[in-house]
Design a protein around this ligand. Structure first.
Ligand code: PHB
Length: 363
């Protein structure tokens, strides 16, 4: 029987324990969308996690949807991330980068030359994003042409290559939370015809091509994917008409490519683990995937321990608990009380609520 504190092999990565730091947007990037001056300290403080999944990072200028998120398209950004990965490695940790394209969840004020966001569709999301003007409705998107897809895949490929050059142990493909890849996956959003619309195979074609390109670039043993079959992300986005079939197909394709892990958001992101009126058989998906199975969303220590002990999952990711508890692993191990996260300092600002959460005195 495994515990949260047992080591585990995830693809090419040997991890010290099964406790994962979930990717967390903190909106503290510096000029040029470079990681901010405190990012290395912030992540190194959390290096006792078996794996850190660094915050969602836009793969290109068109991929951004929020103010001050750190990117992975430029040489300056690679240099900035190098300071982060070397600090984490020096503290004995492992860290991958989450590769992000927001698609239509953006505002033109954040995009080059005030461009319209790109998506699978021309339909706008019912969502707001954070810009210089505060929370602002997203802009109406422009559907990508099929002939623009190769350049998009090349952006993902470059981002993965940059992540390795920056010292990351691997990457996580962000295919969750109704951002670009999920805008292609779901029939509630994707209204295209042609090779990237219609059937499940067609709607999944983009994520499969992106994953194949990234695996070719850095090796499948260093690639994971995050999925959220049941999220409406704040209530604005309908589910697919058949999430079980859609995400079953996606996971089987990721198995075929040999990905290191699947990172499954169970239920509504940041909300109900079992949303009313929908059921989903996660175990069926896991049976088709031989790599590591990471889960996330509302896990308490007891729930996480049970999930790992039963063999239902391999690793558990914690989000808000890692914001407030840099030494979360030690606290879970000793049963110590947890610090409470301060929601007011989640996004933007400096050290407060970022690098100043207290740790337990060493015993
Ligand atoms: C956010 O910035 O709030 C955010 C980013 C990525 C996610 C979810 C939320 O997947």
């Amino acid at each position: 029987m495994s515990t949260l504190f047992d080591p585990v092999q995830v693809g090419d990565m040997a991890l010290a324990n099964r406790i994962v730091m979930a990717p967390l947007t903190r909106s503290r990037a510096a000029a040029g969308n470079c990681p901010g001056p405190l990012a290395a300290q912030y992540y190194a403080q959390r290096a006792s996690a078996g794996l850190i999944i660094a915050e969602a990072s836009p793969i290109s200028p068109m991929a951004q949807g929020y103010l001050d998120t750190p990117g992975i398209w430029s040489d300056e950004q690679v240099a900035g991330w190098q300071a982060v990965t070397s600090a984490v490695h020096a503290a004995g940790g492992k860290i991958v980068l989450q590769l992000w394209h927001v698609g239509r969840i953006s505002n033109s004020s954040l995009l080059p030359a005030g461009a319209a966001p790109v998506s699978s569709t021309a339909q706008p999301a019912q969502a707001k994003t954070f810009t210089k003007a505060g929370f602002t409705p997203v802009s109406t998107p422009r559907p990508l042409g099929d002939d623009e897809i190769p350049a998009l895949i090349a952006d993902y490929r470059r981002a993965a290559r940059n992540a390795r050059a920056a010292g990351f142990d691997g990457v996580e493909i962000h295919a969750a939370n109704t951002y670009l890849l999920e805008q292609f996956l779901r029939d509630s959003i994707n209204d295209r015809s042609g090779p990237y619309g219609g059937s499940i195979e067609n709607r999944a074609r983009l994520v499969c091509e992106v994953a194949a390109a990234i695996c070719e670039e850095i090796g499948a043993g260093r690639v994971g994917i995050r999925l959220s079959p049941l999220t409406t992300f704040g209530g604005g986005t309908a589910l697919d008409s058949n999430p079980q079939a859609l995400y079953g197909y996606v996971v089987a394709q990721m198995a075929r490519l040999g990905l290191a892990y699947v990172h499954m958001i169970e239920g509504e992101t940041g909300g109900a683990r079992e949303p009313e009126g929908v059921s989903f058989d996660y175990a069926a998906l896991r049976r088709s995937f031989p790599g590591a199975w990471i889960v996330n969303n509302g896990y308490t220590q007891a729930l996480a321990e049970d999930a790992v002990a039963s063999g239902r999952v391999d690793l558990v990711a914690f989000g808000k608990a890692f914001i407030a508890n840099p030494d979360l692993v030690a606290r879970l191990r000793s049963g110590a009380a947890l610090n409470t996260p301060n929601v007011a300092t989640f996004y933007g600002g400096g050290a407060e609520g970022y690098t100043d959460y207290p740790v337990l005195a060493p015993v």
